[in-house]
Design a protein around this ligand. Structure first.
Ligand code: SF4
Length: 330
């Protein structure tokens, strides 16, 4: 066991928790970094994706909507500065801190002309209220030049790189047309994590993918816990209009977890997750206008309250299983 693992285990010895201390939320992390809550502004850099431009395929991942998994981003015809201004004007009344993270969300935001992308990142960072940048991409789309750009960015601001893994299981990855294998993901996470400076790697995982058992889903969480991953976004599978998944669901409907079953399983995943991994998301976030199923995620407040109540009732604590496995490796 490494020294840092021992520190993690020691710091988690007390099982009595306040609700806000049961897991390491993004808000807690932001407060530790910036002293207050910050808001992520979704931006569209005008990118495409190798799964869509014909390099690897044309249809995209089976669940990906036409907006490239960026349902809430701004209009791509606007400049980055204009997108930021318009998003800020919509939320400024409730964002008292005036601190924002520029989140390049749609499609693959390191894929394309690197110098042009770098100009867009810098344009976002030139806004004095932007305190960091988050870039969603794929592990097979970071060129040597892009590693150089990210290293440079990480030396002057806080950078988050978000990689969509979804599952470690090859059969599901092929079904969803992800287009890269697990070793590519692992290698990229390790290389990104070794960059000097403020760079955090966030992994995206989807629970309830058709054909996967709960133990397989837990294996995905366990795998992420063994990598130098800083954060995770966990989502339940959302079926969005116009996707190939929606077509498959209509032709041959498959079961999706109901809300309470999902929350109970989520609790298990949180116990498996290494305790220092920041949790940025615990459910899917399909936009009302495009969501087909499951409809329960639309009632966000109830879902949030149910998660809090369930975690309290069952004494769910992030990493409790991860710790017990380290203390009793058999
Ligand atoms: S990699 Fe991302 S943007 Fe590309 S098709 Fe898959 S979900 Fe969509």
């Amino acid at each position: 066991m490494s020294g840092s693992e021992e520190d993690i285990i020691r710091s988690r010895g007390n099982n009595e928790r306040k609700d806000t201390e049961r897991y390491l939320s993004a808000n807690r992390y932001y407060r530790s970094l910036f002293g207050e809550k910050v808001y992520r502004i979704a931006l569209d850099a005008g990118c495409t994706c190798p799964n869509r431009d014909g390099t690897l395929g044309y249809g995209g991942c089976i669940f990906c909507s036409g907006s490239g998994s960026g349902e809430f981003a701004s209009d791509r015809s606007l400049s980055i500065r204009q997108q930021l201004a318009s998003a800020k004007s919509r939320v400024s009344a409730k964002i008292l801190s005036g601190k924002y993270i520029a989140y390049f969300q749609n499609f693959t935001n390191t894929y394309g002309d690197e110098e042009d992308l770098n100009r867009k990142y810098e344009e976002a960072l030139s806004d004095p209220e932007v305190v960091g940048i988050s870039i969603a991409t794929r592990p097979d789309c970071i060129s040597e030049r892009m590693y150089g750009i990210l290293t440079e960015l990480a030396s002057k601001t806080h950078v988050w790189i978000e990689l969509g893994l979804q599952t470690i299981h090859e059969k599901t990855a092929v079904w969803m047309r992800r287009g890269y294998d697990l070793s590519c993901f692992d290698k990229t996470v390790k290389r990104l994590a070794s960059i000097d400076g403020n760079l955090d790697v966030i992994v995206h995982v989807i629970l309830d993918l058709p054909g996967e058992t709960k133990s397989q889903m837990l294996e995905t969480i366990d795998h992420c816990s063994e990598l130098p991953v800083h954060g995770i976004k966990i989502a339940n599978l959302n079926i969005l209009k116009g996707t190939d998944l929606a077509f498959e669901y209509e032709v041959s409907p498959f079961p999706l977890m109901e809300r309470d079953e999902y929350i109970a399983f989520l609790g298990e995943c949180i116990c498996h997750l290494r305790p220092d991994i920041v949790i940025y998301r615990m459910t899917g976030d399909g936009a009302r206008r495009s969501l087909i199923a499951p409809s329960w995620i639309l009632d966000k407040r109830t879902v949030r309250n149910r998660i809090t109540a369930y975690f309290r009732e069952k004494n769910i604590v992030q990493g409790s299983y991860w710790i017990s496995r380290r203390l009793n490796p058999s």
